[in-house]
Each structure stands twice: as C-alpha cells, then as structure tokens.
Design a protein around this ligand. Structure first.
Ligand code: FES
Ligand code: FE
Length: 466
C-alpha cells in the first residue's frame, strides 16, 4: 500500500468522525496542500499529535508560589497550570465538571480556589471539587464530590525548569520524549545558568496553518528576501545568517535544529577562551563583538553548557523546534508556541526568559531587540506572518490546491555525520532537511493509532545520505 493510498478506518477517529482520512505521502519532498486546509486532517492532528505529545506549559518562574497559576493550551483544550499548596505543579483542564463552563478566565494570577462563575462549584488547587452550592438542599447530598474534580493531564514534568504536560498516559517520560535534540534546544537557553521568565506573554493570531509557521522556523532561505526591509533599516545583518555554513540536527519524533553553525575550527578557537573571556565577549556591543570573534551575536557557550549540549550541539546556533510546536528563538531568550486555532488560524505566543545574572543594561538591550524582532510589533514577524497567511490561503483554491509545495532543496545531496559522542548532524548550506523531517514525522504521528504503535513505527534519526 502506498502512503498516499493509506486510509485510516473509522475506529481511529471515533464513532462520529465518519470515515477514513488519507495522509499524504511526503517522502518525495512534495507536500499536498490539503494538509493546510482539510478539517479532517486538522482534527486528527488535535487527536494524534497535540493530545498525545508533551506540550510546553510554562517556566517554573512564572508560577513560583503556592496558588500561582498560568493558562495555556494543549491543542484546543485550555488548561490551568497551577502550583499547589504541596508545591506540586498540576495541569488541569479548564472546564467545570458541571456544565463545562470555562472556570478560570484570567490568563495568570494567584488564588486559593477556582470558583465557577455559572453555579458556583468550587475546586481546590489540586483540582478536587471542594464546594457545591445547594449540596444538601438541591442535590439531597446525593453527589459524590470525589468523582467530579477537574480532569488532570496524564503526565506533568519539567526539564530544568521548563514545564511540559501530556494528556496521554502512554507517552514516554519527558526526558526520553525530548531526546538529545530536544534537550540541546532547551540547554541553549541556559548558557548563563538559571533563567527567569519576564512578565507578559505576547500573543497574536495569524491567519495561517500552524505547520506553515513551524516550517518557517527552519527556513534560512527566506531571510534575504522576506526580511530585506529589516536589513535595509539596519536591524538585521544578512551576513550573520551564514547561509553557506549551516548545521541540521534531526531528533526522533520530529524534534530538529536547523540554521547557522559554529564551524569546528571556530569552535576550537572559542574553546581556548576561559568562561570569563567568553562571557565578556558576549556582553560587547555587536560591532565590537564582530571584531572579537568569528561568530557574532550568538552566545559563546560556557563550559557547563558545552558539556550539557555535547560537542555537536554546542556548535548548532540555529533554531530548535520541540515537536510539535515549540520554537526556541532569538539567542535562546524567547520561546514561541504555535497554537492551532483551526486549519487556517494559529495563535502565536512569545515567552521571554533571561539569565538571572543579566545586568539591567543587558536586560534592557535584550528586551528592545526582542520586541523589535518578533511578536505583534516585531519587524520580522510582520514579514513572516503575511507570507504564512498568503501561503495558507492558497491551499483552499480548487485549482491551486492541486499543486504541491516544493520542499526538495538539498534532498539527497548531504550526509549525516556521526560524532564519536553519538550526536548526529548534517553540515551543509541553506537546505530543507529539517522541514522534510518535520513533515515525515508529522505523517508518522498521524498514522499511528497510539503511542505503542508510534514508537514501533517512527523513523529513527537518519544516518547516511539524506
Ligand atoms: Fe460550573 Fe455549573 S457550570 S458550576
Ligand atoms: Fe522570518
């Protein structure tokens, strides 16, 4: 059976889904445009990707005290991430068990209980139903409160302070889920040790399919054209994009890193510096820094970070994506979630983290750069968003949707190199390896009926010619 002929039977999708769904074959680097507009595929993504994956929730410093909570999403399910009186972080579906009302309406805060605004059912920080108005008079005490607590996520865990949750009890543990490539991505934010989350998450909605936005984070081909205006006003230095020295790391289950690299020769020079010297260079203004090192603007990794990231990971200074939708961006200071809101809509969230050790001056400079780069006011996101939106729109047309997207750049042209440490990478030029890998894993997630099947059928991280 060919991939594009494969159909899932109705049992995959629940009784009301009404038939099978064809998952397009993406192995030739051609992407059927239906995946950006088909409502059935979108529903399957919610079920088989978002409800199954470990989804990023928040950083520990966003909820430091008992009663602190933060609202996020797993797919389209809204969840409350809350620190209990026992200091444990829980993730609870934000829907009252009585009539389903959204329980918590604030985006974040501190509370002792969650009280429903409809009929007043009251829940504790652990999700237990602790108050039912009229319990004696109206229910005649015939309600078992223990059975009507808020629904919890199946698993909640963190990696070095970054909290994730999954709705699937069969999902592997977070550490294994992230794998080497996912962990390298998170470690890239920890160059100066502990970080703190800044107040405020920038949020905006773009009329695009979420995968178009994810595809773009690995795309160093568009920078020169899409962001030419940012270059012309001096915000973006095209030379720093290093299109001819790129590295790609591909991790199991769809994690990937793609973009510029530090070459082995450059890394050897950096390794000769002490941590203090590296940090001093990091803090120079860009123009000064450009004179000091061959690798400008990117954090020069400290010894501890180099050990945590490994000899290959430390040279990857491109963009990590933790599958499905968490982009670690902008010098490791920002995380972006691409939250699905229908086949043609995506809510973009920008979290900002900074090393606790940053001085006020550094913090101000970083905030200014970040605000000008991404988020609703960002020069780069405005360029990107327009293209994502128009690319999504063209997936609907009767004629235009017959023509697949082309993701064939550098296909079959490169080699996966395996370091003695076991870390794998492709050293290349601008390419589309990470995008193809993302779509290949995406198709595997959609085809597998459950975690055991996904683990049995997923592609191993590639080796050899790619
Ligand atoms: Fe929440 Fe009725 S819907 S108390
Ligand atoms: Fe861009």
């Amino acid at each position: 059976m060919r991939d594009d002929d494969r159909r899932l039977d109705a049992t995959d999708r629940g009784a009301s889904d009404g038939g099978g769904i064809a998952i397009p074959d993406v192995s030739a680097g051609l992407i059927d445009r239906s995946i950006y507009s088909d409502p059935d595929i979108y529903q399957l993504e919610l079920q088989r990707i978002f409800a199954r994956a470990w989804n990023f929730m928040c950083h520990e410093t966003q909820i430091p005290h008992a009663g602190d909570y933060f609202i996020n999403y797993i797919g389209e399910d809204q969840v409350i991430v809350v620190r209990g009186a026992d200091d444990k972080v829980r993730v609870l579906l934000n829907t009252c068990r009585h009539r389903g009302n959204a329980l918590c309406r604030a985006e974040l805060g501190n509370t002792k209980t969650f009280v429903c605004s409809y009929h007043g059912w009251t829940y504790g920080l652990d999700g237990a139903l602790i108050g039912v108005p009229g319990k004696a008079d109206f229910y005649r005490n015939a309600i078992d409160q223990a059975k009507w607590g808020l629904a919890p996520a199946a698993q909640v865990d963190h990696y070095k302070g970054f909290y994730f949750a999954t709705l699937d009890p069969a999902a592997p543990c977070l550490f294994d889920y992230l794998g080497d490539v996912g962990r390298v991505g998170i470690e890239s934010m920890l160059n100066e040790g502990d970080v703190v989350s800044l107040d405020g998450v920038q949020k905006n909605v773009i009329d695009c399919n979420w995968k178009i936005a994810v595809d773009n984070l690995f795309d160093w081909y568009h920078v020169k054209v899409s962001h030419s205006s940012a270059s012309s006003v001096g915000f973006l230095n095209q030379r720093l994009m290093m299109p001819m020295t790129q590295m790609v790391m591909l991790g199991e289950l769809g994690h990937a890193i793609g973009g510029p690299m530090v070459t082995a020769e450059q890394q050897a020079k950096l390794d000769a510096l002490s941590d203090a010297e590296r940090l001093a260079i990091d803090r120079l203004a860009d123009a000064e820094r450009a004179k000091a090192t061959p690798v400008e603007r990117r954090p020069l990794r400290t010894t501890a970070t180099r050990e945590a990231m490994g000899p290959v990971g430390v040279r990857a200074i491109g963009h990590p994506n933790i599958f499905p939708n968490l982009w670690i961006s902008t010098r490791g200071l920002q995380l972006s979630l691409r939250l699905p809101r229908g086949p043609g809509r995506t809510e973009i969230w920008w979290f900002t983290v900074m090393p606790k050790s940053f001085t006020d001056t550094q913090r101000r400079a970083a905030k200014k750069f970040i605000t000008h780069a991404f988020g609703p006011a960002g020069l780069l996101e405005q360029d990107d968003g327009e293209n994502w939106s128009q690319s999504t729109r063209s997936s609907h047309g009767v004629a235009s949707r017959r023509y697949p997207h082309n993701l064939q750049m550098a296909m079959g042209q490169d080699e996966v190199l395996v370091d003695p440490s076991g870390q794998k990478r492709i050293e290349t030029r601008v390419n589309e390896h990470a995008q193809r890998w993302t779509y290949r894993c995406w198709a595997e997630w959609l085809r597998a009926r459950d975690w055991p099947e996904l683990l049995a059928t997923r592609s191993p991280a590639p080796t050899g010619r790619i």
